[in-house]
Design a binder for this molecule. Structure first.
Ligand code: P6P
Length: 332
């Protein structure tokens, strides 16, 4: 079956041939389990207060952030949803300090931010699930935390599900980007775009401007030039967006181009940034690169970074290639 519009996700997985080869059945099963769980999460997120799911869980995560009730529910449901996947050696989550063995051995490692942007839940702003699937280097060896410390180049698949006016999934298997939207009447994700591309140029940037006084000079220069537009050195005027939900901001970039930035700032002596490499920056970078965009930490390509810690943070600048090339030049 060719992957036409309205193909459902299972039909897509069975028929797609990324890089000319069928998707391994173990990866198909894992992706189906993740996406089916997100279909359930979409319904629960939409019910919110009606089923008592808003507000804080009264606990903190490994990041020191207040956990929302839905953060924990999403984390537990994803763990439960994939526990039967025979190809899944183990998983790691933003919400858990240590990885969890699933089969212990197997071809794949799953990493996820179960509900990114969860501080927006209580104010009804789009949030989402981000996932990254790594190829385990030695499938037969018992799981170790170090197994997860692979660069983004080792991803077999990456994607997100944004819970907004539509529940839409973006997915890459290393051969372009596809998008599906959830038919809430049937619970099926249906293909809506089979070749997502990011325009190389843009007039739109996304950054939290309240941090401006803390930025490094190259970021400040870039944003000041965008703000000045044609009254300064740029040949166009820019618009700004900031949803404060990475999944929603990146979905906009994938949908109509743009630049998304969360750079490190001078308050952070480690020069890391806020966003996490393994289960936020890497999966989003894989999608953006596969759609023809670029993703850097200022000086380096994010997917080339060799992680040293499961929860390490990274400075993120991603989106339309011409703008990311300009930012890289300013950082050189
Ligand atoms: P700020 C959400 O908490 C998140 O991790 C990303 O989804 C989002 O891009 C960023 O933080 C927003 O951060 O500092 O603007 O609230």
């Amino acid at each position: 079956m060719s992957s036409g519009i309205n193909t459902n996700f299972k039909q897509y997985l069975v028929s797609a041939k990324p890089k000319g080869a069928a998707i391994p059945t173990g990866l198909q099963d894992l992706l189906l389990a993740v996406v089916n769980t997100c279909s359930t999460l979409s319904h629960e997120v939409a019910q919110g207060a009606l089923i008592g799911l808003l507000g804080s869980a009264g606990s903190g995560n490994v990041q020191g952030e207040v956990q929302q009730k839905l953060d924990i529910i999403a984390n537990d449901q994803l763990m439960d949803g994939v526990k039967g996947c025979h190809s899944l050696a183990g998983l790691a989550s933003e919400e858990m300090e240590l990885p969890v063995a699933v089969q212990g051995t197997g071809d794949y490692l799953l990493l996820f931010d179960p509900l990114d942007g969860s501080s927006n839940i209580d104010v009804n702003v789009s949030i989402g699930t981000i996932f990254s699937i790594l190829k385990k280097q030695d499938p037969s060896a018992p799981l170790q935390t170090s197994d997860f410390l692979l660069s983004g180049r080792h991803q077999a698949a990456a994607g997100y599900v944004v819970y907004g006016p539509q529940t839409t999934m973006a997915l890459t298997l290393g051969d372009g980007v596809v998008m599906f939207t959830l038919n809430k009447d049937t619970g099926e994700f249906l293909l809506i775009k089979d070749a997502v591309t990011i325009a190389p140029s843009t007039k739109e940037f996304a950054i939290n401007m309240s941090n401006m006084r803390h930025w490094a000079d190259p970021v400040r220069r870039y944003i000041e030039e965008c703000l000045a537009g044609t009254t300064g050195t740029r040949d166009k005027d820019f618009n700004m967006r900031w949803i404060a939900s990475m999944v929603a901001d990146v979905h906009r970039v994938l949908s109509r181009g743009g630049v998304f930035m969360y750079p490190w700032d001078k308050r952070d002596p480690k020069k890391a940034g806020k966003l996490r490499l393994m289960y936020e920056a890497n999966p989003m970078s894989f999608l953006v690169e596969q759609a023809g965009g670029a993703s850097i930490n200022g000086t380096q390509t994010i997917m080339d970074l060799q992680p040293t810690d499961l929860h390490e943070r990274v400075s993120v600048m991603l989106g339309s290639k011409e703008e990311i090339d300009r930012l890289k030049q300013y950082h050189s």
